[in-house]
Write a protein that binds this ligand. Sequence first.
Ligand code: NDP
Length: 257
Amino acid sequence: MGFMDRFSLKGKKIIVTGGAQGIGKVVAQAMADDGADIGIFDLKLEAARQVADEISATYGVQAGAYRCDVTSEADVAAAMDAFVGDFGTLDGVFNNAGICMHKDALDVTGADWNKIVDVNLNGVFYVAREAAKRFIQEGKKGAIVNTASMSGTIVNIPQKQCSYNATKAGVVHMTKSLAVEWAQYGIRVNSISPGYIWTEMTASTDPAMREAWMNMIPFGRMGTPDELAGGVIYLMSDAATYTSGADLIMDGCFTVV
Ligand code: NDP
């Protein structure tokens, strides 16, 4: 076995939450290209099924779709059980489902706040906890990669997104906390922090705002989801066996300046 084989995900059974579109979909495809068998977890079952079908047809791996609202502990547990029933085991999770809200903090209602926290923070925790339980049960050194954001490190302008930023900072520190707590089991927990990435999420923003972002990004452009895939694959793979609690910022230098 050569050194580069450590980057291979061949035969690993990996769940991707929020995998029906955007970053989750593209990273799922890349991991499948690297040999992983993939479970797409999303609110939208039909779209998830389409992505899973495309993945199995294109990459010749096993792929399945599961409806799962990550804010529901029962949904997460049931979908994960269904995945393990279909795939035999679980090796890794790309814990990626998330939502954003642009709203002045003075106008953010309790319901707005709770919704963002529920998906971006509670959901990420439920998925990580349920995965870790299954890894421990099987004595498996599983890997979890959470999607945080550069918004967990800096405050974006001009948009007002206090609730989003707070949850993403929470994801970064939750990642470190879980990494330390579960180190004794050999479970690794890392996060990625993307900068501005072209997806369905950012496509719905005001073009004038995107222009303002472009002028602030040292790379002079937004990134694409495939530019995140290598980082996720690294953290998920056996090339990263001494890496846990890390946050990999991939942002075209946005947070560097
Ligand atoms: P998208 O909105 O394109 O995709 C997110 C997917 O997650 C959608 O399919 C969405 O379904 C699903 N989802 C939302 N809520 C839930 C839920 N409760 N349970 C299960 N699935 C859910 O977003 P991106 O691909 O752009 O973002 C993916 C992640 O990356 C998010 O965590 C986001 O915060 C983060 N991120 C994105 C950046 C960007 O610039 N795009 C930058 C930094 C971080 P539905 O469409 O039905 O809501």
